[in-house]
Design a protein. Sequence first.
Length: 500
Amino acid sequence: MVVILPEVSRTLNEYLLVPNLTTEECTPDNVDLSTPIVRYPVGGESPLRIAVPLVSAIMQAVSSPRLAIALAQTGGLSFIHQNQGIAEQAESVSAVKRHKAGFRHSDINTKPSATLGEVSRLLRAAERDIAVVTEDGSAGGRFVGLISTADFHPHRHDLNDTVESRMRPAAGLVTAPPTISLSDANTLIWDHRLDLLPIVTDNGHLASIVLRRDYELHKQFRNESIDDDKRFRVGAGVNTRDYRDRIPALVEAGADVLCIDSSDGYSVWQRNTLQYAVGELGGAVPVGAGNVVDGRGFRYLAEAGAAFVKVGIGGGSICITRDQKGIGRGQASALIDVVAERDRYAQETGVYVPVCCDGGLLADYHMAIALALGADFIMLGRYFARFDESPSNLVNLDGQLYKEYWGEGSQRARNVARYDQGETEMPFEEGVDGYVPYAGSLYPNIARTVSKLRATMVSCGAVTVPAFHRDAVLVQVSQQSYEQNGAEVRLRSGSGGSGQ
Ligand SMILES: NC(=O)C1=CN([C@@H]2O[C@H](COP(=O)(O)OP(=O)(O)OC[C@H]3O[C@@H](n4cnc5c(N)ncnc54)[C@H](O)[C@@H]3O)[C@@H](O)[C@H]2O)C=CC1
Ligand SMILES: O=c1[nH]c(=O)c2[nH+]cn([C@@H]3O[C@H](COP(=O)(O)O)[C@@H](O)[C@H]3O)c2[nH]1
Ligand SMILES: [K+]
C-alpha cells in the first residue's frame, strides 16, 4: 500500500534557533567546530576529523586542486569531482597531496618579449605587485627574472617596451632549490627582504614560489586539515560503475576519503560499491555514500559499511531533480529523520556514522541550522563556486562579475563525463548551467562564515558541535514554503531550468 508520510516536507529556511543561556566560558574563541568525517566506535575518536565542518561539493565547477588546497588550509576538506577520467582525477588528488604548504603554483607569469603594458594589465587584474618571468611565460618555464610594479611606471616608461628591458634578471636574484624547507625559505625572504622567492629546479625551471604575504597568512592557519606526513587532506568522488578501477587509482594517489556521488544512494549499486571497498579492498580508504533523505536509506548504507552518509535530494541551488523526477525531501525534514536513525544505529551497534548535509544552503545561518539539527558536516557547491579558487571562469555580465556554476546533472557536465564512454545523448537534464555572483577569495569568506557559526553557537550556549546537537532549541517559522528563491543563479540561456 502506498505510504504517505504524515508530515510536511520542510527546508532549513523554515527554522530559527532559540538562544540558550550563554555562560562565561561560552565565547567565540572557545568554540570548537571540529567534527568527525568517518565512522568510529562510540566513545572513541574518528580517524578523520576536520577543524571546520565544511566540505566542497563533488562538482566540476567547485572542487579543483586549487580550491582543495585553500579549503584544507582553512580547516575544511574538498572532494575532487569524478566527472572526469580516472587518471585525470587521480592526478588532481595527487597534486593536492604533493603540494607543500607555503609553496604555491606560480599563477602570475609573463615572458621577456611581453610588453610592459601587458604585464601592467596582468598585475592589475590579479591585484598583485609582482610577476614571474619565464622563457615561455608558463608556470614551469625556464626562470629568467622578476618584474614588479616598482620596476616601471606608465608615465616614465613606454608601455610598448618589453618586459626584458625592465625586469630584474635571474642572475642577480635570490632563488632556492625545491628541496628547501618552508622555514628556510621564510628565513631567506626575511634576510633578503624579498616579496617573492622563486623555487628553481636544477635545470633552471620554475618549480613554485613562496610569497612573503603567505607567511602572515600561514600564521592564521592553525586549523589546517593535514595528514600524519603534514600533507593536505583531500577527498574524491567515485561512482557506482567504474569503482573497481577508480577506487584503487585514488587510493594510490593518496586520497584520504572517498564518497559515492549520486542523487540517489538508496540502491544496490551503492551497496555493491561499498562491499568492494570494505570487503575486497579491506577498507584501504573510507568511502561515504548517498544521497538519502530518510532513515531507511541511512540504515541501508550504514549497514553496507558507509564511512558517512550524505543527505539531500533536490535541494541544491542548481538542482531541478524535484521538477524533473519528482523525488526529494525538504532538507530539514530529511536531516531530522536521518539524524534520529544515526543515533539509533549508534546506540544499537556502538558505531557512529557521521551525517553530511548536502546542498541548498542559501545563507551562512542555514549551516548553523543544519548543525543544530544534527548534521556532523556540511557540503556546499554554490558557496565555493563563487570564489577565486574555484576552477570555473570569471565572467562580466552587464558590469557585474559572476563565476560560472553548473550542476553535475546538466548537459554541460554530462558532455564531459560521457565523452569517454561515447555517450552524448541524455534524455533529460537534472541540473542547470548558470552563473553565481563572484565573491572574491575563499580565505576572508570562510573566516566570516566561521565567525558567524561561532557567534550562533555562543548564543545557543554550545562550545562544541556535539553539545550543539544535544542542546539546540529550534522553532519553525510561519508558513514559508520550500521555494528557494534566494539562490542567485542567473540561468545561461538555453539551460533547462524550471525553477532552481
Ligand atoms: N543531490 C542531488 O539532489 C542531485 C545530485 N545530482 C548529481 O548529478 C550527478 C549524477 O547523479 P545521478 O544521475 O544520480 O547518477 P548515478 O550514476 O548515481 O545514477 C544514474 C542512474 O544509473 C543507475 N545506476 C547506477 N549505477 C549503476 C550500475 N552499476 N549499473 C546499472 N545502473 C546503475 C541509477 O540507478 C540511476 O538510475 C551526480 O554528480 C549527482 O551528485 C543530480 C541530481 C540531484
Ligand atoms: O539536482 C541536481 N542537479 C545537478 O545537476 C546537481 N549537481 C550537483 N547537485 C547537488 O547539489 C549540491 C550542491 O548544492 P548547492 O549549490 O546548493 O550547495 C551538490 O553537492 C549535489 O548534491 C545537483 N543536484
Ligand atoms: K533508490
